[in-house]
Design a binder for this molecule. Structure first.
Ligand code: MOS
Length: 751
């Protein structure tokens, strides 16, 4: 166990912008249609590309009617593996950071249904689409391997994007030997697809060896470098714009074949090319959440304390790459147990490679863990909340490290109080509402890591005292534009109305990745630091100038607020930023900042956001219809930059949890290997009528280790906890444990 670091002294002074429930700064642009998305880009001379995708899951393409497609009026070119120009980087290598093997017409092999097999480029979208249809591909098909009974099993040395496939602490067998009761159970989760409202889209244009790209993107600088590698040009020759995204959820953080093919087409034809995936084409080359089959064993002693916790996940992956949903890792950091083992195996199938999808690992793993905890509480005759409090981890179970901050107990208490949990009968099937519907209450704990990546930012104070701040972040709809501007304004000591915020382009400093729930902490930290840097330079100017009222105050003798530097020892003496610049004869003053975690803190502390979710469901005893009627979540995630947007993020997560519990599943035809519900009619997501009254409580948490600003993240944690809470409420309503997601009418019918 590591020595805890001394508790850092005073937190950095925060300005008045963060903490305010400001509305989205981009809201007006979006509701008026003024916000343009990648597919809204129409450069001069634009050509349209359409993908032809494979309708078999395994085999090879034996024939494409290229001539028929080319003969169609308006079709300019058909790109197949036969005429596809060379790339400077092998799409099947994995040497670029955070990259996946992709399909960019490198050969005639088919490794999943929906794989790109040709690109048709035409003067109009209609001609390109018709050209793609005319290709009428023929295949030499091999039997598709889809489903856990059909795949190729393999141990998983690594899971996710590089976590170990196995982690353990303590003596598991001794733990089970000491248990007075052992619960062994299993849960299955299906393949799920991101289904962002905005499909993947790209407009690519070449000017000599300079490449210009419009596309929605969660990792702008990283993508810029990857595209440069694919096309053998210097990084600075790639400019990429991604001002708005209609959702990303992880699928827009990773480059895929279609984007590379569009850029290739533009270079081949010497004209700009646009490619927009159809909804159906989103079910293949751009990632998904892999299915899992999980088994858990929980040993408890006579007092209900865990003596051992084992979590094994078999996760679906493709035959040619190795992203493996790290589901079992959900058991590593939440409950105290002297012995824990989390391990993974892979099952290779003829499917597109899974990838990170909102709370990758935690979402599916927590669903299983929270249900298993409910089963163990039931077996011990304990209330599920009491059982979790008995097993509350005061230090991180797997590393032994203290938490940077953990207000989970307060989440349990406040959430339970608001929900009215105290009156819950222990046994199932005890409650009915006024309409005779079976009513049940369930809960789950929520946990998500609080990572930081690397980001840079720039702030420029202008002669009039206003400022421009820039970082290449991504607003996928979560409100980054607003929260990041609030932090930048705080750093500058300005009101947010004085701050112009620019983001979403490679013209700006590297804003890192909008993912892992770490964007606000990382890019926000960089912006805040850039603002502080400007203030420090301004302070130097003023305090060294005999004509300034701040002369001689020293660097730490002034405070920045409301566009002025104010003397700490005499608040009546202050000077406006604009005046300081004017006297120094400066048109502008620039500062820079970086966002990254202090490695000493990262080493010494375990850093997570926590929460507790309580759900009420109603089940029709005759029809089996299941509805969630109430959800209350209480979350502790460090300092909240914008409570309105944070709550909105948490609602989004909780709704996703509901979606996971009751709606989402990609269903495969086992013969063809195709997803049969590759559309928003057959692939169910909750609509307003499915979404109950929700409450997201924000629990104060002062975390001085995660970063100077005390910021964690709220993007993904809302899913974890919510799935289990709903499944457990269904058990409480009906007495039926459903161990396969999504839970359906037929699972609880006729009881
Ligand atoms: Mo994500 S799955 O961190 O966008």
């Amino acid at each position: 166990m590591n020595e805890p670091l001394p508790y850092p002294a005073a937190p950095v002074r925060h300005g008045s912008n963060s903490g305010q429930p400001m509305t989205r700064r981009d809201g007006r642009l979006k509701v008026t249609g003024a916000a343009t998305y990648a597919a809204d880009t129409h450069p001069e001379g634009l050509l349209h590309a359409a993908l032809a995708v494979s309708s078999i899951a395994r085999g090879r393409v034996s024939f494409l009617d290229v001539e028929a497609a080319k003969a169609h009026p308006g079709v300019v070119e058909v790109i197949t593996p036969q005429n596809r120009p060379a790339l400077a980087h092998d799409p099947d290598s994995k040497t670029l950071p955070f990259s996946f093997r992709m399909d960019a017409l490198q050969n005639d092999r088919v490794r999943y249904a929906g794989q790109p097999i040709a690109v048709v480029v035409a003067e109009t979208l209609e001609a390109a689409t018709e050209g793609a249809r005319l290709l009428a591909p023929r295949y030499e098909a091999e039997a598709a391997r889809i489903g856990f009974g059909n795949g190729l099993p393999e141990p998983a040395p690594m899971v996710g994007v590089g976590a170990p496939g196995r982690a353990e602490t303590g003596d598991l067998e001794a733990g089970f030997a000491a248990a007075s009761q052992i619960v062994e159970t299993g849960y299955e989760t299906p393949a799920q697809y991101h289904n962002a409202m905005e499909p993947h889209a790209i407009v690519a244009a070449w000017d000599g060896d300079h490449l210009s790209i419009d596309m929605p993107n969660q990792a702008i600088a990283m993508s810029q470098a990857s595209f440069a590698a694919f096309f053998g040009i210097p990084v600075q020759n790639v400019s990429l714009r991604s001002p708005f995204l209609g959702g990303g959820f992880g699928s827009k953080a990773i480059l895929a074949g279609p984007q590379v093919l569009c850029i290739l087409a533009a270079r081949m034809l010497g004209r700009p090319v646009k490619l927009v995936l159809t909804r159906a084409q989103m079910y293949g080359p751009v990632g998904h959440r892999g299915a899992t089959r999980q088994t858990l064993r929980l040993g408890t002693d006579a007092q209900g304390r865990l003596t051992a916790l084992e979590h094994h996940a078999v996760s679906e992956t493709s035959t040619f790459d190795d992203f493996i949903e790290p589901a079992a890792n959900a058991s590593l950091n939440l409950y105290a147990s002297p012995a824990i083992l989390a391990r993974h195996d892979a099952m290779r199938m003829d499917t597109g490679t899974p990838g990170p999808m909102r709370a990758p690992g935690e979402a599916s793993g927590s669903a299983a863990l929270e249900c298993a905890m409910d089963e163990a509480a039931q077996a011990a005759g304990l209330d599920p909340l009491t059982f979790r409090l008995i097993n509350y981890a005061e230090t991180d179970p797997i590393s032994g490290k203290p938490y940077s901050a953990k207000e989970l107990r307060a989440c349990y208490m406040r959430g339970a109080e608001s929900f009215g949990w105290a009156g819950r009968p222990l046994a199932p099937r005890q409650m009915r509402d006024e309409n005779g519907l079976l009513t049940g209450w369930g809960m789950g704990s929520a946990l998500f890591p609080a990572p930081m990546f690397q980001a840079e930012a720039r702030a420029v104070l202008r002669a009039d005292g206003s400022a421009l701040v820039e970082t290449s972040g991504a607003d996928m709809g979560q409100g980054a534009w607003t929260a990041l501007a609030q932090l930048a304004a705080d750093g500058l000591g300005l009101d947010i109305d004085q701050v112009e915020f620019r983001s979403g382009s490679t013209d700006q400093p590297d804003g890192g990745i909008a993912g892992g729930s770490g964007h606000t902490a990382t890019a926000g930290g960089a912006l805040h630091a850039a603002g502080r840097d400007v203030v420090a330079r301004l302070t130097e100017l003023a305090t060294a100038d005999p004509e300034s009222p701040l002369f001689g105050a020293g660097n730490s003798g002034v405070t920045a607020r409301d566009g002025r530097l104010v003397r700490n020892d005499d608040e009546s003496r202050s000077e406006a930023y604009a005046d300081i610049l004017a006297r120094a004869g400066l048109e502008a003053l620039e500062g820079t900042g970086r966002g990254a975690r202090d490695p000493a803190n990262a080493e010494a502390r375990a850093m997570f956001s926590h929460g507790a979710v309580f759900a009420e469901v109603k089940v029709d005893p005759e029809l089996g219809q299941i509805r969630v009627s109430r959800m209350v979540g209480a979350f502790a995630a460090g300092r909240i930059v914008n409570p309105r947007l944070a709550r909105s993020q948490l609602y989004g997560g909780m709704i996703w949890g509901l979606s996971f519990a009751l709606h989402e599943e990609a269903v495969h035809d086992l013969r063809s290997g195709r997803v049969m519900n590759a559309d928003l009619a057959g692939y169910h997501v909750p609509v307003n009528a499915d979404t109950p009254a929700m409450e997201a409580l924000l629990i104060d948490e002062d975390d001085r280790f995660v970063n100077d600003l005390g910021i964690k993240g709220v993007g993904e944690i809302g899913i974890t906890g919510s799935v289990g809470a709903i499944a457990n409420a269904i058990w409480h309503a009906t007495g039926v444990r459903v161990r396969r997601f999504p839970i359906r009418i037929e699972d609880v019918l006729g009881l």
